[in-house]
Design a protein around this ligand. Structure first.
Ligand code: SF4
Ligand code: SF4
Length: 225
């Protein structure tokens, strides 16, 4: 999940300065779960902007606003309201903002800040779990990511700084390598701790990332004779 928070209303207000007619889009996926761009937040933003004297030409909450096809479909469904607006305020992650801008060819404003890819621990509490490194090593660390959860992204840990299971950079944060150790111990796989991890190839993280299936569609296998 892309964890995100809504920008302050002051910032949004400033971005919309000089524009009178606004279309608002939220997203039913991550933005709804993070309570920044679901039905409720879109309605609330509409009310606040109307109080500012803006005309809201329409609103929608797209199923997934980083899906080009879905965005084009929504563009057709709300054609008049979108064409009648000076811009679209997008209450969703940066990928959603850009997909809407690219696919609909309209001016877009980001209403949220995308923070990281992580877990919803509970509503309002989120934890980063993955830096999208392009070559997952969770198999070797029993499902705990040291690249994300260790402050030094150590592939061989722990470092000498951990103290009573906590990270030297933050006494409130568990040392990722102590967590890995405990988990491996529980599973009877402590021998994995002794395996030296070679330096990681970070080149797949180079941006902008791009990935395309080699074959667009699954190949039909003819029935066996
Ligand atoms: S190893 Fe890479 S892909 Fe796997 S969880 Fe960590 S950052 Fe994400
Ligand atoms: S104390 Fe643990 S989590 Fe913190 S930097 Fe060292 S190995 Fe990483």
């Amino acid at each position: 999940m892309i964890i995100q928070k809504q920008k302050s209303f002051e910032e949004i207000k400033e971005a919309l300065e000089g524009e009178k007619k606004i279309f608002i889009s939220g997203c039913a996926d991550c933005a709804t779960t993070c309570k920044v761009g679901g039905e409720e937040e879109v309605a609330e933003m509409k009310k606040k902007l109307e109080e500012l004297g803006k005309e809201i030409t329409g609103t929608t909450v797209m199923d997934v606003c980083c899906l080009s096809g879905e965005v084009r479909e929504q563009g057709r469904a709300h054609k008049e309201a979108i064409e009648g607006a000076d811009s679209i305020l997008v209450l969703a992650c940066g990928a959603g903002v850009q997909t809407i801008g690219d696919q609909l060819g309209v001016k877009v404003h980001p209403g949220c800040d995308s923070l990281f890819s992580g877990q919803v621990v509970r509503l309002g509490k989120y934890q980063e779990l993955c830096r999208l490194c392009g070559e997952c090593i969770l198999e070797k660390t029993d499902g705990i990511c040291p690249i994300t959860r260790c402050a030094k992204a150590l592939l061989n840990g722990p470092c000498g700084g951990y103290n009573e299971g906590k990270c030297e950079t933050d006494p409130d944060k568990d040392c990722a390598w102590v967590l890995i150790y405990e988990r491996l111990k529980e599973r009877g796989e402590l021998d994995k701790m002794a395996i030296y991890q070679e330096p990681k190839d970070y080149s797949p993280m180079a941006w902008p990332g791009k990935y395309e299936w080699e074959k667009k569609r699954p190949v039909k296998v003819p029935p066996a004779e």
